[in-house]
Design a protein around this ligand. Structure first.
Ligand code: NAP
Length: 486
């Protein structure tokens, strides 16, 4: 191992104890300081991101940086609120029905130094100071960030700003650093000083890293967010009520950011005889040509698109193309029957500006084809409330398929909030019980510990009888909200 990687890992390991000992309120101050520093550096960072990723400065990168600093501050709110600790107190109870109960108290503690693999397609929000970093730091974990090679310079500069802001705010040395290169990423993942890892990217890459994480002598949790096809089902009622608007919304959503979103709607299920071909062609043809993030992603896209186009029964409604630097979107179509008979290639993510329409003849056929899909991050219904019975019949299949269900909306917008869920069963993620966006993302980097029979003075502050942090705590089975009502 190189001395520089070793010193980053050693520093992260020694920051773990002071980080774990910090109060949530103090950590909220660290996150606010990072957010302020990034906002102050916007004029430098945004052009750097644009040059390396080909994404437009406005509104995209400007909005993404604003989302990133909002996210850091929102985790500050999570920390000040305190409910994330799940502090729970059961006093000793000699009358406990299953036999006398000792005094036992449970709270979540930081899991330890966390390795974060940054994504290519969100150079701010899922990269150096993105959601994984924010939620791990909020949890009290040191972060070693593996930069994505698609924006190395931005990663180095953002990393320096984060480090300086943390140091100025009084955070422990070694709490955050950036490493580069595929080899250092793998070496760090295997290192016993790393206690958890997170990742956003391809199924192949995420799976390879997951396998390394779980086959270490000491396996660690690996929170991979991988691929997703994001099916959208349109009912006959919705086509009749607003077909042309749906065609326009779909084209806008799947071509947004040159289709380089993990939430891109990759499949649109339309009733046979929908009559929207002309609207769809017009909407897709009107979409602007856009550059893709880098050559690796554009060549991966071209290869995947060729596979899907070449599948039996797939026809081209709009043939997108490239002038060598920008890409226009491609729209393909097939029937549910041909889709079900084709090999898996038509059902897998095609990351880039393309989508496939699948026409279904009735609800039974639609359900069959949905049951053959791999899970993903989202599933969407465009329907009418008057079709409640039909939609209720689809919901069990859609719930099996995704972590976020949408009604009459498009999946590409992912808000950052308390109720957000960005995850799903494999291959959407390697950890279907978690989310990588929203305040619940902090749970990935926390580990429960129970203290049994300890004297008050030796308990962590979060569990002491006087509740010095004023946490909302379930006590002897009574939830904090019921206590407040008394
Ligand atoms: P990627 O190839 O999966 O790489 C992501 C990160 O993981 C990079 O830092 C990469 O390191 C590292 N990595 C990947 N495979 C590895 C391995 N076997 N061993 C060690 N490190 C490994 O993702 P990408 O570069 O962002 O894009 C490639 C494809 O991923 C896209 O075409 C798309 O299909 C998919 N993608 C999906 C999402 C999503 O959210 N679903 C997001 C972005 C991309 P190095 O680059 O240094 O090798």
């Amino acid at each position: 191992m190189g001395t520089s990687l070793d010193s980053v890992l050693a520093a992260a390991a020694s920051a773990a104890a002071p980080a774990a000992a910090s109060t949530p309120t103090v950590r909220a101050g660290w996150l606010d300081a990072v957010a302020d520093a990034l906002d102050a550096a916007a004029a430098e960072l945004i052009p750097l991101a644009a040059a390396e990723t080909h994404l437009p400065e406005a509104p995209r990168l400007k909005g993404e940086l604003a989302r990133t600093t909002f996210q850091l501050r929102l985790f500050g709110d999570v920390l000040r609120d305190g409910a994330f600790l799940g502090a729970t107190v059961d006093h000793a109870d000699p009358e406990w029905p299953m036999g006398p109960r000792p005094d036992i108290r449970r709270v979540l503690v930081p899991i330890g130094p966390t390795l974060v693999f940054a994504a290519s397609n969100f150079p701010f929000a899922f990269s150096v100071a993105g959601g994984d970093t924010a939620s791990a730091l909020a949890a009290g974990c040191p972060v070693v960030l593996k930069a994505h090679p698609g924006h190395e310079e931005l990663s180095t500069r953002t990393g320096a700003i984060v480090r300086e802001a943390l140091a100025a705010a009084g955070a422990p040395a070694g709490l955050f650093d950036v490493i580069h290169g595929v080899e250092d990423g793998v070496t760090a993942l295997k290192d016993p000083r790393i206690a958890a890892a997170s990742f956003t990217g391809s199924v192949a890459g995420g799976r390879a890293l997951f396998d390394i994480a779980v086959s270490r002598p000491t396996p660690i949790p690996f929170y991979g967010e991988l691929g997703s096809v994001n099916p959208v089902v349109v009912t006959p009622g919705a086509v009749a009520a607003r077909g042309p608007a749906i065609a326009k919304g779909y084209a806008g959503s799947f071509s947004l950011g040159a289709g380089q979103f993990c939430t891109k709607p990759g499949l649109l299920f339309l009733p046979a005889g929908h009559g929207l071909d002309e609207d769809l062609r017009a909407a897709v043809t009107a979409a602007a040509a856009q550059p893709m993030l880098n050559d690796r992603i554009s060549s991966g896209f071209t290869q995947r698109l060729d596979e899907v186009r070449g599948a039996p029964g797939v026809e081209v409604l709009v043939a997108g193309g490239t002038d060598g630097s920008t890409f226009t979107p491609t729209l393909l179509a097939t029937t549910a029957k041909a889709f079900a008979e084709a090999d898996a290639t038509v059902r897998e993510e095609c990351f880039g500006p393309a989508s496939l329409i699948v026409t279904y003849t009735d609800q039974a056929e639609l359900l069959d084809v949905l049951d053959g899909l791999e899970p993903g991050l989202t599933a969407t219904v465009h329907g009418e409330e008057s079709e409640a019975e039909l939609v209720r019949g689809l919901l069990p299949s859609l719930t099996r398929l995704a972590g976020r269900l949408l009604w009459n909306d498009w999946p590409t917008g992912v808000t950052v909030s308390w109720a957000q869920q960005h995850g799903g069963p494999y291959p959407a993620t390697t950890a279907p019980t978690t989310t990588s966006v929203g305040t619940a993302a902090i749970e990935r980097f926390l580990r429960p510990v129970a203290w049994q029979g300890f004297p008050d003075a030796l308990l962590p502050d979060a569990l002491q009888e006087a509740n010095p942090w004023q946490l909302p705590r379930r006590t002897d089975g009574v939830p904090p909200w019921a206590r407040n009502r008394e």
